[in-house]
Design a protein around this ligand. Structure first.
Ligand code: DGJ
Length: 440
């Protein structure tokens, strides 16, 4: 059976699967999926499947009634390991008080059974460090590691856990200090460990990156891009290893967060291919079919032919006829655009829903003039030159006014034209646009 990415998945009872920021555990031929569930007093839910398609809901393993400190709370990115020595299932997660993200703590819970009601032990800052996005990893020798974003998400810390997995034994490594990587997902393939991370842009998607090492606590490679500039509109959470009879498949699990409606968030399972021992490659797949016995995977891609225009983490949209920059909303068709190539590096930008084209407000060419949508015209005012500023971002210079498109940072519009600055100051640059393909 095919998995369709980027849509709501239902469990075997026909309910929407709520297991965001998830982690997995394989046992007795089942895949167990733990993830955030923000419905009512639920916090972490557990599902299981034999085929990665049919998911049976098992239990809300953590709820706000589990412990007073969880009522209220946000429990994010839960990950579970089985401890061979103690026979316990140990869960670590990112704990916040449900009101803001200032606590920056991890929390530890345990259960005698994989899908039991986990017992809350405590929340804390590991060795006094802030701890937000996180993951767990059990190494070949049974040593467990907790990797979490520290120092206001600027650094990634690698902690070695105690033998019972219930506490921090040592801070072993600080990775890519200052580079603000989060949403870590760790997997081992052959002699190499691969750590996949996202940038820090709240609920909005950004460029995934990977690095590799021969030892978790050793030297890691520099960060390299993985996937599209929005990681196919996902953020990493886990990499599943499927040991098949024919091949071993590595499955990237991503969250497609909807910043405008958390409960409209979906998931993506994408095969992580390897061009050589140290070069993973992630491609979009609209559908994925996995034979968990053989490990063989087939994928299909349906091109949408559509784009979203992202600028300083906001998306060009149309509200009541006005051009705005709004938070990403997968349900909002006004955020969808078509890009028509006039000649290489020169495009027209067509609003998909209205069929109208982006142009400076009629006749205006002065700096600061607004832009509008108009019926198609064979005019340089509807033609935009693309200036590549790196990282997939371009500046859009109008061929009639010679000015660049801009969105005032921190506002939702109107959209201006202004003297183009050919440099890009990072994703927050008011003129740097990402023509983000729509992956369906
Ligand atoms: C990005 C993180 O990866 C998510 O788990 C969540 O904490 C959001 N930030 C909150 O903005």
């Amino acid at each position: 059976m095919k998995i369709t990415n980027g849509v709501q998945w239902l469990d075997t009872a026909g309910n929407v699967i709520s297991a965001h920021g998830g982690g997995f555990l394989q046992k007795d031929g089942y895949f167990y999926w733990f993830g955030e569930n923000r419905n009512g007093k639920k916090l972490v839910s557990c599902y299981r499947s034999r085929d990665l398609v049919n998911w049976e809901f098992l239990n809300d393993v953590v709820t706000m009634d589990t412990h007073p400190e969880l009522n209220p709370s946000n429990c994010e990115r839960p990950k579970v390991l089985y401890n061979e020595k103690t026979g316990k299932y140990v869960m670590w997660l990112h704990w916040e008080n449900g009101i803001h993200y200032g606590e920056a703590r991890c929390a530890v819970l345990v259960s005698d059974t994989v899908d039991g009601d986990y017992q809350y032990l405590r929340s804390f800052r590991p060795l006094g460090h802030m701890s937000r996005d996180c993951t767990l990893y059990k190494d070949d020798d049974g040593t467990a590691y907790f990797i979490s974003a520290a120092n206001e998400n600027a650094d990634l810390h690698v902690y070695r856990l105690t033998d019972d997995y219930l506490d921090i034994a040592a801070l072993e490594k600080i990775l890519w200090a200052g580079q603000k990587r989060e949403a870590p997902a760790l997997v081992k393939r052959g002699d190499y460990y691969f750590l996949v991370t996202s940038g820090c842009t709240g609920w909005e998607p950004n460029q995934g990156k990977y690095a590799y090492a021969t030892s978790i606590t050793g030297e890691w490679s520099e960060l390299k891009n993985l996937g599209s500039p929005t990681t196919y509109d996902t953020q990493p959470t886990y990499i599943l290893t499927i040991q098949g009879t024919e091949k071993t498949t590595y499955l990237y699990v991503g969250d497609r967060w909807d910043p405008s409606d958390y409960h409209n968030s979906t998931y993506a399972f994408l095969p992580l291919e390897f061009e050589d021992d140290t070069t993973p490659k992630l491609s979009w797949a609209s559908t994925v079919e996995i034979d968990v016995e053989t490990g063989e995977v087939t994928t299909e891609v349906q091109e949408s032919g559509l784009y979203r225009l992202q600028v300083n983490m906001r998306y060009l949209t149309v509200e009541e006829g006005q051009l705005k920059a709004a938070r990403l909303s997968y349900a909002n068709e006004n955020q969808l655009w078509e890009v028509e190539e006039v000649v290489p590096e020169i495009i027209r930008i067509k609003h998909h829903k209205t069929g109208k084209y982006l142009q400076p407000t009629a006749g205006s060419t002065e700096d600061g003039a607004h832009v509008e949508l108009a019926d198609r015209a064979d005019s340089a005012s509807q033609e935009w030159s693309l200036y590549d500023t790196g990282g997939g971002y371009v500046k859009l210079q109008n061929r009639h006014s010679g000015l660049a498109l801009k969105v005032q940072r921190g506002t939702e519009g109107p959209i201006f034209q202004t003297e183009m600055n050919p440099r890009r100051y990072g994703w927050w640059d008011e003129q740097a646009f990402l023509l983000a393909k729509v992956f369906k």
